[in-house]
Design a protein around this ligand. Structure first.
Ligand code: 26A
Length: 346
């Protein structure tokens, strides 16, 4: 049995609530951000449990992408790796994954709880505070077990959540080396500004394997700052990343920057001609009144895009599928996809 798309990330359960700005201020949280919880943030996880309108939904950025891609693709197309505890939270994740037919090959921790993310929604913004718990204990050895490595060998496209750089860069490198050697496709998402900011070295070690790098405008800006690029121009930042050294020189690197409601930018760099191809793609307009929340919008974009590549669609079409799936997901509560299933038509 093999799965065309193999994903790796941090499986989390999202505790999603609407909060006032004053609640974010109490914990010095930004309105639109994703962070690792510090000890002083821990009371949040208790407090949200007592809040009105709490919704408990499956999360974990790459897991949301894996679920979204499997939502669009034929059965048994996607497998997802990550680490969970032995608890009802993991059961809930498995149930959500099953609803779209996503297979998981979780590493299971006996004594550590499944990770959770407080998704604090304020209008169209979301502030994510994560206690990784079991997710923090993923090890490359789990991938190397023969029953799992066969899925790696069977995969054609790999999708890695940048958030996993906080957990096991070695696992990412292991998959990256395999993908480069076998001329397979390797996709990375920068996931949050704190990744290029505080996990710069790990990121720099993994970027050479990436055929596609996806991020949003604030992650691109954080990348430019931590790498001292001396520019805030998105095209220049994308050109810099696209032309970085690459393990598999047989494929160009393409960098994709989403910008909320603004057009998505792509820059591809061809090593042999030393030429950049730069294109912008408009997003699908959606009335603001239709937005339930934007938690998982970027993951849904990555899901549609990646599913497009799995189906052999070209860059423009794959980006369009990404825009379409993101617009569906933001009309749902949390990082979810609508049922009955919708189908993409260009
Ligand atoms: C390491 N961190 C901070 C994280 C995350 C994360 N997924 C993996 N690692 N912080 C937030 N998320 C997830 O991002 C999704 C929205 O894009 C949340 O669980 C949420 O579902």
């Amino acid at each position: 049995m093999s799965y065309e798309l193999v994903c790796l990330g941090n499986p989390l359960l999202d505790l999603q609530v609407d909060v006032e700005k004053s609640y974010l201020d109490k914990y010095s949280l930004k309105e639109n951000d994703a962070i690792l919880a510090e000890p002083n943030h821990m009371p949040i996880f208790e407090e949200v449990l007592g809040m009105n309108g709490l919704k408990i939904v499956a999360g974990g950025a790459a897991q949301n992408t894996a679920r979204g891609a499997q939502y669009l693709l034929p059965a048994k197309s996607v497998i997802y790796f990550g680490s969970v505890g032995k608890d009802v939270y993991a059961d809930k994740l498995i149930e959500a994954n099953k609803s779209v037919g996503l297979e998981t090959a979780y590493m299971v921790q006996d004594d550590i709880a499944t990770g959770k993310c407080a998704a604090l929604i304020n209008g169209v913004n979301r502030s994510l505070v994560t206690d990784l718990a079991a997710a923090n204990h993923f090890k490359p050895s789990h991938l190397e077990k023969p029953e799992n490595w066969k899925f790696v060998e069977g995969g054609k496209i790999f999708y890695i959540g940048g958030f996993h750089l906080t957990v096991s860069p070695a696992a990412i490198e292991l998959l990256g080396k395999h993908a480069a050697k076998e001329n397979k496709t390797f996709i990375m998402n920068l996931s949050a500004p704190f990744i290029p900011e505080f996990f710069k070295d790990a990121l720099d070690r993994c970027v050479p394997y990436a055929d596609y790098i996806i991020c949003n405008e604030s992650e691109a800006a954080a990348y430019a700052k931590s790498h001292e690029l001396g520019t805030e121009d998105l095209t220049k930042i994308a050109e810099y990343i696209a032309a970085l050294p690459k393990a598999n020189s047989a494929k160009p690197r393409t960098v994709i920057f989403t910008q909320g409601t603004e057009s998505t930018l792509s820059v591809a760099y061809d090593t042999s001609s030393k030429k950049y191809t730069t294109t912008t793609y408009p997003v699908h307009p959606l009335e603001a009144s239709k937005i339930a929340d934007t938690n998982g919008a970027g993951d849904a974009f990555a899901a549609g895009f990646t599913a497009g590549l799995v189906e052999g669609k070209d860059l423009a079409k794959s980006i369009d599928v990404g825009h379409w799936l993101a617009s569906l997901s933001i009309q749902e509560i949390g990082p979810s996809y609508p049922f009955p299933k919708q189908t993409y038509s260009p």
